[in-house]
Design a protein around this ligand. Sequence first.
Ligand code: FES
Length: 257
Amino acid sequence: MTVRPQKSGKAFSFSKENEKKAKEFISHYPKSKQASAVIALFELAQRQSGGWLPEEAIVYVAQYLDMPLIRATEVATFYTMFNLKPVGEHFIQVCTTTPCWLRGTDAIMTTCQKELGIGAGQTTKDKKFTVVEVECLGACVNAPVVQINDDFYEDLDAKSFEELLLALKAGKPIKPGSALARQCSAPVGFSPQANTVKVAVKKAEATKKPDSPKAAAPKAQTTPRPKAKLAPKASTGATKLNGKSAPRTGQKKNKDV
Ligand code: FES
């Protein structure tokens, strides 16, 4: 279902800083192809508008890029990353695609309902929180994953997600990343630093020279190989007799020789 962009009731124009950025984005495309920058400019407009893209901003960007309004509106309503109505200060996107769902998305959504009193697509009355369900956020290995504003929160469960929400409600900072202190996408409990040390120690041991010749490990005894008796060469069918080749077996003697 396509949602019609809402009006903010305020005129929109880029701030000085965003105007500069918009010109930079447009410069990446050939002349007369400036409309290719529409997504980048919508992104700027959405940030400037507090996380959503009002109709006034869509009209402004269409004019800015000299493109038909209908085409700009098609882009804005096609991509789910553009919010066409106001969102809360903390915009919570819960990944509900299969890997995250299998790892506990339902518990995350239940926690939203319990702590915030809202479900998917809703905003709290104080405009602090909006919750939406989204498709794969591209961090499946650390599922389940939730994006809050620009950051990812991974390896969550009901308890760790509840702690995040309580901190946000109390106005405290929260730490993005894995709730299990996982290093990037490495197996849980794996420490790249510790592993580097282990590898270095192993290498050092492998290349370590003995302290004194006495300490050197005795060389492995080698038993001399018995000399192999040379077997007579297989007859090639021709042997040299007085520098001349004897005729091969079955070969007719040349009477003239
Ligand atoms: S399925 Fe949730 S991040 Fe990919």
